[in-house]
Design a protein around this ligand. Structure first.
Ligand code: GLU
Length: 301
C-alpha cells in the first residue's frame, strides 16, 4: 500500500463541473449509414475562384472562413504555450479548407467552442464549419451535415499508472470524467452503468480533475486521451477500444455545395500526401493503433 500523503490541500473544482450527469443513449452511426457523405463535384473550382452564388462564394464575400474549434485538445487543436499559436491536426485541416477557398491558408478565423457548443454554433451560423474532433452520428445528422470522415478514433480510458484501472469493468463505482456534449458519455454509460459520470466544459478540465484526485479516470477518443497523456507522465491510456468514432467536418444543413467541396478537399489531402504529413506531424504517438491511415470513404449523389 502507498504511504499516506505528507501534505494535502483542498483543491477547488474547475468551473463548470457537473456531477449529476443525465443518462444519454450511446452514439449510433450505423442505423443511418452516417459516414456516407455527398460526392465531391466532378470539377473542383480553382482556389481563389469560388462561384459567387455558392456557399463558398458567401464565405469569400465575408472575407474569412470562420472555423469552430477548441484550444484544449492537445494534438488536434491547442494553444502552443511558446508561440501562442493555435496548432494541431484539426487546425491544419481547417487551413487546407481555407487554402482551397481563398488560395491563402491565412484567411481563417478561429472561434473557440466547447464540445457542447458545436451544433448550436453551426445552427445559428456563428461559424461556417466545425473542425473539432467531431464524431459523425445519426443523432447529429438530424441537426447538421458532415463531410466524409477524415479520421477514425476509438474511445478508451485514461487513468493514473498504478491505479489498477485497466478497462471499463474496473470503473464500477468510480468517478469518470468526460466533456459535456461528447459522444463519450452515452457510450460509457451503456458499457459501464455503474460508473459515476462527472462532466466538464473541456478535456483539459478532465485532466486537471484526474491530477487533483477528483476523478479516477477520463474517457473519450484515444486521439484526445493521447494528447492529455503527453502532458502528464503519471497517466496512461488503458483498456480496449470501446467503439469507433469517425471524425467529420461539421457543416450547417442546407449547404450541400459546401459539403461536396470539403469532400473534394479531403480527396486531395488523401491523394497528395498531405494527410500523412499532418498525421506524422501530430499523431505519431498513436502509433499504428485504431484508425491508422485515412478512413475509406463512401459517397451518395
Ligand atoms: N468525438 C467525440 C465527440 O464528437 C468526443 C470529442 C469531443 O467532444 O471533442 O463528441
Amino acid at each position: 500500500d502507498a504511504p499516506p500523503p505528507t501534505a494535502t490541500a483542498i483543491t477547488p473544482m474547475p468551473a463548470g463541473v457537473q456531477t449529476n450527469v443525465p443518462l444519454e443513449p450511446p452514439p449510433n452511426a450505423e442505423s443511418c449509414n452516417a459516414t456516407e457523405s455527398l460526392r465531391p463535384p466532378a470539377r473542383m473550382p480553382a482556389p481563389g475562384r469560388m462561384p459567387p452564388r455558392s456557399s463558398m462564394g458567401e464565405i469569400v464575400a465575408h472575407g474569412r472562413l470562420i472555423v469552430g474549434l477548441d484550444i484544449g485538445s492537445n494534438l488536434f487543436s491547442f494553444r502552443d504555450p511558446m508561440s501562442g499559436d493555435i496548432k494541431g491536426f484539426d487546425v491544419d485541416l481547417a487551413r487546407e479548407i481555407t487554402r482551397a477557398i481563398f488560395n491563402d491558408p491565412g484567411r481563417v478565423e478561429f472561434r473557440v467552442l466547447s464540445s457542447a457548443e458545436r451544433i448550436e454554433a453551426l445552427k445559428t451560423g456563428a461559424v461556417d464549419v466545425v473542425v473539432k474532433t467531431m464524431s459523425i452520428t445519426c443523432e447529429r445528422l438530424r441537426e447538421v451535415s458532415f463531410s466524409s470522415p477524415y479520421y477514425v478514433a476509438s474511445q478508451r480510458i485514461l487513468a493514473l499508472k498504478e491505479s489498477g484501472i485497466t478497462g471499463p469493468e474496473k470503473l464500477a463505482g468510480k468517478r469518470v470524467c468526460s466533456a459535456r456534449g461528447a459522444t463519450s458519455i452515452g457510450r460509457i454509460q451503456s458499457i459501464q452503468p455503474r460508473a459515476h459520470l462527472i462532466s466538464t466544459t473541456t478535456w483539459a478540465d478532465c485532466l486537471v480533475l484526474l491530477q487533483q484526485g477528483q476523478v479516477d479516470a477520463v474517457t473519450t477518443d484515444d486521439a484526445i486521451l493521447a494528447g492529455l497523456a503527453a502532458q502528464d507522465p503519471w497517466v496512461q491510456v488503458v483498456g480496449p477500444s470501446l467503439g469507433e468514432e469517425y471524425y467529420g467536418v461539421g457543416i450547417p444543413h442546407g449547404k450541400d455545395d459546401l459539403v461536396r467541396f470539403v469532400n473534394g478537399v479531403l480527396e486531395r489531402i488523401r491523394a497528395d500526401g498531405t494527410w500523412w504529413r499532418m498525421y506524422n506531424q501530430w499523431l505519431t504517438v498513436l502509433g499504428d493503433s485504431g484508425g491508422y491511415g485515412p478512413p475509406l470513404v463512401t459517397y451518395r449523389d
